[in-house]
Design a binder for this molecule. Structure first.
Ligand SMILES: C[S@@+](CC[C@H](N)C(=O)[O-])C[C@H]1O[C@@H](n2cnc3c(N)ncnc32)[C@H](O)[C@@H]1O
Length: 306
């Protein structure tokens, strides 16, 4: 028997990206992918790629940005797809084979904070989407983006800003703390229990959480401190109807570190609380009366020529 353990088939990142994000529901997955393509287009517009260039997509996931870049530029584009997750890299390499673009791709397992295996001044563009949110040392990542870019190379990123979700969870906590003790039948207590399971809900937890302890202005400062020039930030807020399927809401979670609502209900609610919560929330969801506000920071920058 080999002393080496077999590589894991899945991890938190691959489970979320390939299943939990869309609750394993094909219709919702298709709708989500249509939305994701819009993010990819915006990030790639900012990267200003041209034939013959090399792009590094950091935290490449299942290749949203990398494969869209190849679709745009064609066979002369070289793409380095880096990710911390070995199962995701294997999955995405298999997709590259299916797409017949494997020869254009290099797969590198590393953290955004230390992009080992990519030399300094090696790439024409760096992209990343929804990755810095999960990186504890965002400044280190920004310095690595600067290091691997050639002088004159461009950075284009899109990051969710989830601080407001945490602030909402924190406001809910403060609100329910002022309510009478007996709370099992109070909807706001249950709402807070749900939100606090998925987002930090105290100032201390917000400060310690990589998903909540930064805003769009911090990204600008990180880019400036790392040595980038021509920094441009656009902050978008898109208010859309929340998912209209109760099962999708139960089976999905808003980010890879958050439990699914279904698991929150199983673990933190009594059967009676669960019934009461569903009785109030489900008609709102199915009647499309709830909205979500997605906040996204788009940043582009240039590594100055020496
Ligand atoms: C929300 S997904 C986004 C994936 C992809 N960029 C996209 O736009 O679809 C977050 C990705 O970041 C990767 N990731 C998480 N922590 C990371 C880290 N410290 N360094 C590099 N990648 C990381 C995960 O494995 C996952 O692929």
């Amino acid at each position: 028997m080999s002393s080496h353990a077999p590589p894991p088939q899945s991890d938190l990142w691959s489970d979320w990206l390939l299943h939990i994000r869309h609750a394993g529901e094909p219709g919702h997955e298709r709708a989500l992918h249509a939305e994701l393509r819009q993010y990819a287009d915006r990030v790639l517009d900012g990267a200003r790629l041209a034939p013959g260039m090399t792009l590094a997509d950091i935290g490449a996931g299942d290749g949203l940005i990398g494969f869209s870049a190849i679709d745009r530029i064609g066979p002369s584009l070289r793409v380095l797809l880096t990710d911390i997750s070995a199962p995701l890299l294997r999955h995405t390499e298999a997709l590259a084979v299916q797409r017949k673009v494997r020869d254009q791709c290099v797969f590198i397992q590393c953290s955004a904070e230390m992009i080992d295996g990519v030399e300094g001044d090696a790439v024409d563009a760096v992209t990343t989407r929804a990755v810095l949110a999960y990186v504890p040392d965002k400044m280190a990542a920004m310095r690595e983006f600067h290091r691997i870019l050639r002088p004159g190379g461009r950075l284009s990123i899109a990051e969710p800003i989830m601080r407001d979700d945490a602030i909402e969870a924190s406001s809910l906590r403060q609100f329910v703390e002022g309510l009478p003790e007996k709370a099992g039948d109070n909807f706001f207590h249950l709402l807070h229990r749900w939100k606090a399971a998925q987002f930090p809900d105290t100032e201390e937890k917000i400060g310690a959480s990589p998903i909540a302890n930064y805003g769009e202005r911090d990204l600008v400062r990180f880019a400036l401190d790392a040595g980038f020039a021509d920094i441009h930030m656009e902050f978008h807020i898109d208010v859309r109807p929340a998912v209209s399927s109760w099962d999708v809401l139960l089976g999905s979670s808003p980010h890879p570190w958050a439990p699914r609502l279904g698991d929150v209900l199983d673990q933190k609610f009594t059967a009676e609380e669960r019934r009461y919560f569903e009785q109030i929330l489900r008609p709102q969801i199915e009647g499309r009366r709830l909205v979500t506000a997605e906040r996204t920071a788009y940043l582009t920058a240039l590594k100055p020529a020496r």
